[in-house]
Design a protein around this ligand. Structure first.
Ligand SMILES: [Zn+2]
Ligand SMILES: [Zn+2]
Length: 435
């Protein structure tokens, strides 16, 4: 990850990838660390305040993409890009907790006054999972832009532009000219409406012939409009078929009106409001279909990080060969409730004793302390401690959540004796991947 730099007076300077220089400055006492994530140093000597315009692209979603691109006058230069992966297991865990609680009350409180009819959702309520996403999005944008010199921030908030759909102009002038803007917007909308399935054969992309075709149910020659309710999503081959055999046209199901969940719209509106409050007029919003067109134009493969690069709109970005992956992890394992409270127990579990595997840290006999999600090196591989066994063994995962095993071994337990500590982590782990 790039190192952010602030001046002696506390003003943001250009971020740097000259990690050797940063190390030397810190060693010589010419700089100090002001923040660890993102890693930020403050220079302790006078410098010029020379800066270049910086743009930050940010793709929202459960996997968020980000990119910091500097305007070098030559079509842009990527200084950092990567993705942030949020936890996906939380709603499952909440459901499980709910079940345990329900069952416990059923066991222990045979009669309890009903108290579930008095709840009301406050205004701006979001489901917990969406609310978490909203807060993480704002927090990460803040983190990534705080130490940049007046960055322009571009945030992708949706795949398509609902307002433009009122007047889509699918086969209009723009489409003829080869500017696929309006077409791409409508296509993204139809893909969302039809769940990515062809309306004739019901198969997904590549199911029957290549590519998609948008078909007018009432043809334009007979006064059919470009409004989405007159449009059908078909494979190119299925579309040919339908025109060869007009009987098939009757088979096309009338498209249902696409209505996205109300909370998603609320999520978007709240995000726009919050980011405008945070970044004032330095924030702009864009749509997935525009990103896709531009990413294809500059020839970047599809990843969340590259989407963020494309969002910044530079025409010839000088890329870096690394992607920083930041993953949210579970820091605590509280087994507050047991699914089967009495099974196999000889003594009542009065002290709510934890399973030794659920501990968050372990001290080995040599006096070393190991914590959950410590970044460690073992056998030449870098990973993160994801759990402990009762002995001095641990489970180690790579950034993608795959277990690291010792060469030639089939089991996942790895002796802490052989591991080397690199750094401790809170509930975010980070790894720079070389493409
Ligand atoms: Zn088809
Ligand atoms: Zn057609």
């Amino acid at each position: 990850m790039v190192v952010f730099v602030i001046s002696e007076e506390g003003k943001p300077l250009m971020p740097t990838r000259r990690f050797g220089k940063v190390r030397r400055l810190l060693k010589k006492g010419l700089a100090r660390v002001v923040c660890r994530r993102p890693f930020t140093i403050q220079l302790l000597y006078k410098t010029t305040h020379y800066t270049q315009p910086v743009k930050v692209g940010f793709d929202t979603g459960t996997t968020m993409g980000f990119a910091i691109v500097v305007d070098n006058g030559l079509g842009g230069k990527v200084v950092e890009k990567g993705e942030i992966r949020l936890r996906r297991d939380i709603s499952k865990l909440l459901l499980q907790r709910r079940e345990y609680r329900r069952f416990r009350r059923y066991r222990k409180t045979p009669y309890r006054k009903p108290r579930f009819l008095n709840r009301r959702r406050p205004e701006g309520w979001l489901p917990p999972s969406v609310r978490a996403r909203f807060e993480h999005t704002v927090r990460w944008i803040e983190r990534l832009t705080k130490f940049l010199p007046d960055p322009e921030v571009i945030v992708e908030i949706a795949r398509f532009d609902t307002q433009k759909l009122q007047n889509p102009d699918v086969e209009g002038e723009e489409y003829q000219k080869g500017n696929l803007c309006g077409y791409a917007n409508v296509l993204e909308y139809l893909l969302a409406r039809e769940n990515g399935k062809c309306q004739l054969c019901g198969k997904g992309y590549g199911g029957n012939g290549n590519g998609w075709q948008i078909h007018h149910i009432i043809p334009r020659s007979k006064g059919g409009t470009d409004r989405p309710d007159n449009l059908a999503l078909l494979h190119r081959k299925c579309h040919e078929k339908i025109h060869r055999n007009p009987k098939l046209m009757a088979k096309l199901k009338k498209p249902k009106l696409y209505k996205e969940p109300a909370y998603l719209n609320s999520f978007r509106l709240q995000l726009i409001k919050e980011l405008k409050a945070l970044l004032k007029d330095r924030v702009k919003f864009t749509y997935g279909y525009l990103t896709k067109i531009h990413r294809n134009k500059i020839g970047l493969p599809k990843t969340h990080a590259n989407d963020a690069v494309a969002m910044t709109g530079f025409t010839n970005p000088k890329d870096i060969n690394t992607t920083t992956i930041i993953r949210q992890v579970r820091k605590k394992k509280r087994s507050l409730h047991e699914a089967t409270p009495r099974k196999g127990r000889t003594n009542p579990n009065t002290e709510a004793k934890r399973n030794s595997k659920n501990t968050k840290q372990v001290r080995t006999k040599d006096g070393k302390l190991w914590c959950l999600w410590d970044k460690v090196k073992i056998d030449g591989q870098v990973g993160f401690i994801s759990g402990f066994t009762s002995g001095s063994y641990a489970y180690i995962q790579d950034i993608n959540g795959n277990y690291i095993r010792l060469a030639g071994k089939s089991y996942k337990q790895v002796p802490l004796k052989q591991t080397i500590l690199i750094r401790r982590n809170n509930n975010w782990v980070e790894r720079v991947m070389v493409a």
